[in-house]
Every structure is written in structure tokens, then in C-alpha cells.
Design a protein around this ligand. Sequence first.
Ligand code: FEO
Length: 398
Amino acid sequence: MHNIRKISDDLYYIGANDRRITRFENQHPVPNGMSYNSFLLLDEKTVLFETVDKAVGELFLENLAAALGDRKLDYIIVQHVEPDHAALIPRILELHPDIKVVATQKTFTMIGQFFGLDLGDRAVVVKEDDRLNIGKHTLRFLMAPMVHWPEVMVTYDETGKRLFSADAFGTFGAINGDLYADEYDVDFDLLPEARRYYTNIVGKYGRQVLALLDKVAKLELEMVLPLHGPLLRKDLHYYIDKYSKWASYTPEEKGIVIAYASVYGNTEKAAELLAAKLADLGEKNIRVFDVSAWHFSYIVSECFKYDRLVFASVTFNMEIYPAMETLLLELRAHNMQNRDVAVIENGSWAPQSGKKIRELLAEMKDMRVIDSEISIRSAMTHSDEAALGDLAKALAAK
Ligand code: FEO
């Protein structure tokens, strides 16, 4: 049995879903699973684009065998060596010993590191703008270092006007039957997880993503084929615009993320009160997160989406509460920048969290901290409540 999908007369989807995975990269929750996309182009030469994660290796091999029929594989194009795509390379080399492997020089180094393989004369090293003719189709290779690893390239099929985009334009979540993004409710079903995927996996490398987008802008494009999630064939400008905003750390829209860390509910109360005061001032898109209840990846994603951020934390062991500190470190790691920010601290005898949060924010670029030092001693007082009102006005004025 196999589950291959026809994209065109000569191009097939042969990837697979993993719905048993709980954490992508052993870190990010993926309640909707993951898809690992692989494609087979059957021209005069046969070309495989990537393999898959080992979790779906057998499904992939079944699909590949069915799609190939009695043909042999001539080429595998390896755009990215991360094992969620490259795990089956050794098996492909065993099954197709004459195959040529097309990749960047760095990729071959990493294939050696991961798999102990020296490909010798099976290696075809490509550089920017190199082309490979395989019959009807000509494939052009564009370097995309740090989207998401240094060896990455993407491949433009000049004949089919398709971009095989590696991790770019991917998303968390399995493919639910429909292969194309336009068959989903994009804003509801796809975009939140595409944003969470981008911001947490590639978000650090905005400059490099913008460099790739510059190259993409010059291509005549009919389809984008990422390595995770549905394929894009309509409204490409919509996705490219989202990527441009994320990569340039530009908020998508006005809104306020309030992330709080609370032990006995007093800091939580301050966060809720601030949210209510903001709503009274007419603010929309107020997103309140208990950092202990939410995995940081969801909050990082929302911080990329909106223009104002509030961090409210109890002091814990003379530090920022651990889950809040993790969130801030993740934001710093992903180059979060260009936001208006407010800080609220709580401490029963020696409040420290505000100072420490500000120190972390100072290590990020252009995080404009609103001059409002709210330092709650255990539980809010009337003057704290008044200060929250002032803070709400200051945030609303941004
Ligand atoms: Fe989907 Fe960076 O691998």
C-alpha cells in the first residue's frame, strides 16, 4: 500500500505524516502532528527531493517504490541535512547505489558528520545559480544559508515555475488530506502554526530569510513546495508578506501580549486588571498568557505577531520566575526586537524580577521599555492599581 499524491503529470508527493510525535525537535509541542514532505520528479532523469524523518521512513520508502515503478533513481537533491528530512539518505544510497547526490559543499560535510558517509564521485556540488537539466525540466539552485542551517539551499524548477523551498514556508501540523494550503481556512487552520513554526525554528535568522525573499521576488512562481505542511499555489504574495514581516521583526498588527508568572495569584490579578483596563480603553487583540500554562513557543509566536508586550513576573529565588525567564531567553535567542514593552514585578521582601527582566530586554534590539516601574509587594495596593491604569494609558498611546 502507498499514499502518493500526483501534483502534475511528472511530479509526485511521496512524503508522510507523523501524528504520534509529541514534540518537534524534542522541544515544541505539535498536537496536530508533523508532515515530512518529499517529492519525486519523473523526467528523462528521475529526481528525488529530500527524504523524511525516520519516524515515517517505511511509509516514504513504500511511496517512493510505488511512484518509481521499475525506474531507478538518478538524483537526490539534498537541500537541508537536518535529520527530519535527511534520515533516509543512507537507505536511498543502499537501494540506488548509482544515484548522484546534488547538494552544497557544506551539505556533504554534514552528511559525513551525521552518517559517516563519503560520497566520492556520487557527489555533485552546486553553488548559487548552478543549473541541472534533467530532460524537460531545468533545476536552478539558490543558496539559502541559515534558513534554517548553514548548508541550506532551495531549488527553482524553471520549467514548472515551482520553488522547492526547504524549511521556508513550512508549518507545524500534519497534512489533513488536502495537499494545498488554499483548500484550508488559512488564517484559522494554517497561519497560527505556520507562524509558530517560523518564529521558533527560523525566527533568529531574519536577515538571511530576507535575503532569500529577495531572490524569491525575482522568480516567476506558480507553486511553493515546503518540506512541512501544505503546498502553496494561490495567494503566494500573502505568505511572502507574512514572511517579510516576521523576518524583519515588524508586527503584523496592533495588539498586546501580556505574559505573566504568578505563584499565588497576585501577579495574575495585576495582569488581568491590566487587560481589562486596556479593553476599557478600546484596545483589541489583548492576549494574556500564564507562562506556566503555555509552552513558550506559543507566546514567542504571539510576540512576533503583535506590537506591544507586557512581562509581569513574581520574584523567585531572587530571580525571574523560571518559566518567564525561559520565555525571555527564547525571545532574545530569536532576535525579538522593535516592540514597545512594559514590565511589572512582584516581590514580597526583595523584588528583583523587574530589574532582571529589564536587563534581558536591554540585550535585545530596540525594545522600548515604557517608563513605569510597577513593583507589587505581595498583593496589589490601591496605588498599584492606579499605576496599572497609567500603564494601560501609556500602552494604548503607543
Ligand atoms: Fe525541517 Fe530545519 O528541518
